[in-house]
Ligand binder design. Structure first.
Ligand code: ZN
Length: 449
């Protein structure tokens, strides 16, 4: 048995793999509401044909997590594949070239559909890698665990967090891959070592309404909220200074590894505004006021105004800390902060409502990892281009694995382009999908042999 057996097997089963992938795209797992159980059943049917052990853990209505193993012994090395089953809603289906669940295959080059890139492509490739290792009956000195999770698009506490705290807690995982799309076109494939955290906060100003002709009788909620927004940048000085895990200079060096020379990379960087702002955003704490609403009538002083602020945090910046700093800022501006669970009193006040929060994370020791070097070489051989290491602009479930100490050695790598995720006409290149199968299977074989 060798690498060639794997590559030949993939070549001769291509059509079957593509058909299975299309079937998973066609299976509704929209979140909300979170219909992941539909997908879990399809995966279970596929894997149990090969007598792979597959457990489906149901929760709520039509929701589930799935765990499958190569075999039942976890006493040696363990490799974990993590992929989320849920997909974000398609928005207005009329805007799509092909219906979002049609999995339209265009000239065997592209497959369209919600989740094609984020991340049924990566998930399907992981499922297939497990199946190939079983079918080819390699002798292994370790185990491969597939964790197909729910709830990633809405925070991950019922998916990845639940899985590692409950079903996987006694398994010592040595290396983990999260199959998110890590293509950053027009660059080669990226291998992701960390990502920023995320906090989306709704801020509500509760004032007192009155007639606009006698504004002193009330308290204008729009004025209260805009006062806070005007001073929002002051929180930068109130939070401890945190260095980004990799500086812009270091990030540039990592990316330029994919180019024939540094000069060529610098020239490309000059052309690519998107890449420049990506590098900036990966190394800074940012905030954007993204929505605001207030007022009911042209002659009424409004008693309510609310806005949403989207904060992106560096690894080790805690969302709870940011919230506390904001509370202090509220009182220093002479406004009154109202705890969420307290009932709104008569007094004008400011309330917070957390929409979304997730921590950032980073694998500190990646430079010393032999398996990671091996992974890099496999990607280079399969894709015929040097990949590069980078951080991820969006959030992902990897922070549950890294920050809890469950498995710091976690990377993100998967087929599809990060830019097409969540967008209309989401698609994946068929060859990218097949390459991901090759990479996952070859790496698992090397890691466990
Ligand atoms: Zn995703």
């Amino acid at each position: 048995m060798s690498k060639n057996n794997i590559l030949e097997y993939i070549e001769s089963h291509k059509d079957e793999f593509i058909t299975f992938f299309q079937k998973l795209i066609q299976t509704d797992s929209y979140n909300p509401p979170g219909n992941e159980k539909n997908l879990a059943i399809e995966i279970e049917n596929y894997l149990t044909q090969d007598n792979l052990r597959c457990d489906v853990f149901e929760f709520e209505h039509n929701r589930a997590n799935l765990i499958a193993y190569l075999h039942d012994d976890f006493s040696q090395k363990n490799l974990l594949f993590n992929g989320h089953m849920d997909i974000v809603p398609a928005g207005n289906e009329g805007d799509w070239k092909y219906p979002p669940l049609s999995a339209h295959n265009k000239r065997n080059k592209y497959i369209y559909g919600r989740g094609a890139a984020d991340m049924k492509g990566g998930l399907t490739a992981m499922i297939i890698a497990l199946k190939i290792l079983k079918e080819l009956q390699f002798e292994v000195n370790g185990n491969l665990i597939l964790n197909a999770v729910a709830d990633e698009e809405t925070g991950g506490s019922m998916g990845t967090e639940w899985s590692i705290n409950e079903q996987l807690k006694d398994i010592n995982v040595d290396f983990a891959i999260v199959g998110e799309p890590t293509g950053l076109n027009p660059l080669p494939k990226a291998i992701i070592l960390g990502e920023r955290g995320h906090l989306q906060l709704k801020i509500i100003a509760n004032g007192v309404s009155c007639h606009a002709s006698m504004p002193n009788m009330g308290k204008n909620a729009i004025m209260m909220l805009t006062k806070l927004i005007q001073h929002i940048n002051e929180i930068d000085d109130r939070i401890p200074e945190i260095k980004p895990p990799l500086s812009i200079k270091e990030l540039k060096e990592l990316i330029s590894a994919s180019f024939p020379s540094k000069d060529i990379f610098e020239r490309i960087l000059e052309d690519q505004e998107l890449l420049r702002s990506l590098l900036n955003s990966l190394t800074t704490f940012t905030k954007s006021v993204t929505m605001i609403e207030g007022g009911i009538k042209e002659n009424v002083v409004p008693d309510k105004c609310e806005c949403i602020i989207d904060f992106r945090l560096l690894p080790r910046q805690n969302p709870k800390y940011i919230i506390n700093v904001l509370k202090d800022l509220v009182s220093d501006l002479g406004l009154i902060f109202n705890e969420e669970n307290e009932k709104t009193g008569k007094e004008p006040n400011i309330q917070f409502e957390i929409f979304h929060e997730s921590e950032g994370s980073y694998w500190e020791e990646w430079r010393e990892s032999k398996p990671l070097t091996n992974f890099y070489e496999i990607v280079e051989n399969v894709y015929k281009k040097k990949p590069f290491y980078l951080l991820y602009p969006a959030c992902a479930d990897a922070h549950y694995l890294r920050n809890t100490g469950y498995c710091e050695n976690t990377i993100l790598f998967g087929p599809g382009s990060a830019a097409t995720a969540h967008s209309v006409d989401e698609f994946i290149e068929v060859e990218d999908f097949l390459n991901a199968i090759r990479v996952y299977t070859l790496f698992a074989y090397e890691f466990l042999k």
